[in-house]
Design a protein around this ligand. Sequence first.
Ligand code: ZN
Length: 415
Amino acid sequence: MPEVVFRVDQSKSMRDQDVPGHNRWHPDIPAAVTVRPGSEVRIESREWMDGQVVNDDSANDIRDLDLNVNHMLSGPIAVEGAEPGDLIVVDILDIGPVPQETGAVAGQGWGYTGIFARGNGGGFLTDWYPDPCKAIWDFHGQMATSRHIPGVRFTGITHPGLFGSAPSADMLARWNRREQALIDTDPDKVPPLALPPEPTEVLAGTLTGSDLERVGREGARTVPPRENGGNQDIKNFSRGSRVFMPVYVPGGLLSTGDLHFSQGDGEITFCGAIEMGGFLDVHLDLIKGGMEKYGVTTNPIFMPGNVEPRYDEFISFIGISVDHQTDTNHHLDATLAYRNAVLNGIEYLKKFGYTGEQAYLLLGTAPIEGRLSGVVDIPNACCSLYLPTAIFDFDVRPTADGPVRADRGQCATAD
Ligand code: ZN
């Protein structure tokens, strides 16, 4: 086993660890550890909400989640010799959940998916499914099942939803300016257009006092992906991947967290993957001056790994950039097109006895492929969603006999 350079006791909050992590992006959050290029190391991780969600049959915890806590990240990890303009080469060697024997503590040996309430984060289909819901997932080696979504069993593509390097002070100021400008276009929108810096529940490693207050005032929220990587939620950013991380500050200051046992393309419910605590093993190296050498001006590049489930038959749902409720045409809006593909998939699965919420949670977590099929055929963008048929224990394909409808229960709901 590689040396554990960031250790997490899963019975405690990230705040109470010997070396705490952080939940904002800021260049002044001090490195938790420094490692040499060429090292293989293990990073342990809390699930993204620091254990607020429990393994039960009520979604009251999802309803009451404090979103100012996220994401609880492990790090920062400084790489010796890394300077702005370099690329840090990260080989993702292994990823896994916390072993189950430690009991029913949050994020241990099991995972969860949730639908956030519209007034508390929302999600991709918040106008259709505004109420909180939850599904608990049990792990069987590489397979996941849920008592809240019976009839499915699938192999996860396990990955860190979030992996990033620290922004420079200049870059952070630009993020805050442009995101505030977006918020200002519709400041009262629910859910909001973006999340400005938030001083409550801020954690910045060992910083205290006025240093911690400054991070609360200036630190960027960890929800969106940005030039530093961050919360990209790319399901194929998985075991075996080689990632090239841009360096914006001395040491690079890498952080990770938000481990996902499995996720569909789009992570549509927002709390949308199978969220878990666990570990990430990486090998770290350096390409000096790599950003200029390879034309990397913003964002990481990566080579996906070779480990993924082999599903070879899919049923695909298609969406176009039309608001079908009002029959309004939008111009090449791929987000709207993907939303329609998802809605079409949900309507289909409802015919087999699933509730809309169960189908929504399933399409967020199973290894579905989301594809940008056409973005030039004016006025309609076209997106497609590929659902593997083999994950169901019944025949989900359309036939002349019609769908086999069964009582498939319900996901956990709130009072
Ligand atoms: Zn996540």
